[in-house]
Design a protein around this ligand. Structure first.
Ligand code: GTP
Length: 437
């Protein structure tokens, strides 16, 4: 039988995700209408033989309460729990710390990084794993050579898929195949981890660092990638399952701007794989909501009074869209969003209770919770454009998207292009390539 582990990190991780992480823990940020790790849970819970899903990190316990309750209702047969590390133990340390709970009653377990968007070809990984008889299978993907060295790089035997070399973020080019941060392990991996820890401890002792924090408080802290995968490679026990080009997708979600392509990838994927996850259901009209005395129910599918939607799009059933608004493709609209007359939204995420007044246009942007955009505004990101600037501004990389934090107000007739706006700002003049603190 199987288990699934999702590594979510903690509040100190994810600073590149500001300002969005200021008002929502990164693993719960909504992408394609669902919290980031909902997509992981949903892929794991569907596997035959899945016994339990464990979310491992160092956030407060209460952070995941509501998420776990909701997702548990959808998958009542697979228990889902949060296990809290007493401090950041690294990607391997947490697994080792909770090894008894992880291995109890499970022969194999998946480990998934939280900060990725993926088609999760887990069934294929299980098949590959069964064939080679190693201890571990990683998910590999080919990427452009120019970016490969930012990831864990893998050289695999083309016949057997045995991993011959694994180097985390190599200094020079090693391979265009990278590790996606998705692994399938036999329970034997726990012994490999134990060996890795012991070796590391005796090395630290030899180096005379016996009294450093690293050995006392941090003795349990270690990384799966550096400490365990290379060890497995030397032992010839690591194999790769490679993503199918054109069918699978994968990307990392590190910066705030990366949620826009992640949202697009999931929505495009659902178009074929799970159309029921997209919202085709029409919503009530603005006048009905305004005049209703009791909750308004969605219209029948033929109703002409709802906005023009180009799929794929996710629209929460409580959003209110003017019939002349035009949305999509690649748009996620959160609960209680209000879009006025003639509003245009494309490649964007609008979070809960955002209000956009008439004739405004939102492209390649994330609009934070409760923000208010006036009429005739243009909120826009130009993907690729700002890379020419290749600069950092006040510690932020200049974004190729516009990101408005929570509760931002934009006055009428304002243009905002490639800006990051921190929560609670009032914007009264047009802005380009700025970080607005
Ligand atoms: P960088 O952020 O550029 O270093 O990239 P990376 O992909 O190597 O990130 P990292 O290995 O830090 O994180 C991979 C996943 O593990 C992410 O989903 C993190 O949230 C999670 N993670 C990182 N550190 C810890 C930790 O100490 N404990 C737990 N439980 N999860 C962690």
């Amino acid at each position: 039988s199987l288990k699934g582990i999702i590594l979510v990190g903690g509040p100190s991780v994810g600073t590149r995700f500001r300002p969005l992480s200021m008002d929502c823990p990164k693993p719960l940020f909504p992408i394609a209408g669902q919290p980031m790790i909902y997509h992981h849970v949903s892929a794991l819970a569907k596997l035959p033989g899945m016994k339990e899903i464990l979310v491992v990190g160092f956030f407060e316990n209460s952070v995941f309460d509501r998420f776990l309750t909701e997702v548990q209702m959808e998958y009542p047969d697979v228990p889902i729990r949060y296990l809290r590390e007493y401090q950041a133990l690294g990607t391997g340390g947490g697994l080792f710390h909770f090894r008894d709970q992880i291995a109890r009653g499970a022969e194999q377990f998946f480990v998934l990084n939280a900060d990725i968007a993926c088609s999760f070809p887990l069934a294929g990984m299980l098949q590959t794993h069964a064939k080679h008889g190693g201890v571990a299978t990683l998910l590999g993907m080919r990427v452009d050579r120019s970016v490969a060295s930012k990831f864990g790089c893998v050289v695999a035997d083309p016949e057997t898929q045995e991993v011959l070399h694994f180097v985390e973020k190599p200094e020079s080019f090693l391979s265009d195949m990278i590790s996606c941060g998705i692994y399938l392990f036999n329970r034997g991996i726990i012994d490999v981890m134990r060996d890795a820890i012991q070796e590391r401890q005796s090395r630290l002792m030899d180096e005379g660092e016996g009294e450093t924090d690293d050995l006392r408080g941090g003795a349990e802290r270690f990384q799966l990638e550096q400490d365990v995968l290379s060890r497995l490679t030397s032992a010839k026990k690591l194999y790769a399952h490679i993503c199918t080009a054109g069918k699978d997708f994968w990307m990392q979600i590190k910066t705030g701007s990366s949620v826009i392509p992640a949202n697009r990838m999931y929505l495009q994927h659902f178009l074929h794989a799970a159309p029921r996850k997209l919202s085709n259901a029409p919503r009530p009209s603005m006048s009905e909501i305004m005049t209703a005395t009791s909750p308004v129910t969605p219209h029948s599918p033929q109703d002409p009074t709802t906005a023009y939607v180009i799929q794929p799009a996710y629209i929460h059933p409580t959003a209110v869209l003017h019939p002349t608004a035009k949305l999509g493709p690649n748009v996620s609209i959160g609960p209680r969003v209000l879009l006025g007359r003639g509003v245009r939204v494309r490649d964007a995420i609008l979070l809960d209770s955002v209000e956009v007044k008439n004739d405004s246009c939102i492209l390649n942007s994330v609009v934070g919770w409760d923000s208010k955009i006036g009429s005739w505004c243009r909120v826009e990101g130009a993907p690729g454009e700002s890379t020419a600037l290749n600069a950092t501004l006040k510690g932020y990389k200049i974004p190729s998207a516009t990101i408005l934090g929570k509760d931002v107000t934009v006055a009428d007739e304002i243009a905002i292009r490639n800006c990051i706006v921190l929560p609670h700002k009032d914007i009264k003049t047009s802005q380009h390539n700025e970080i607005l603190m």
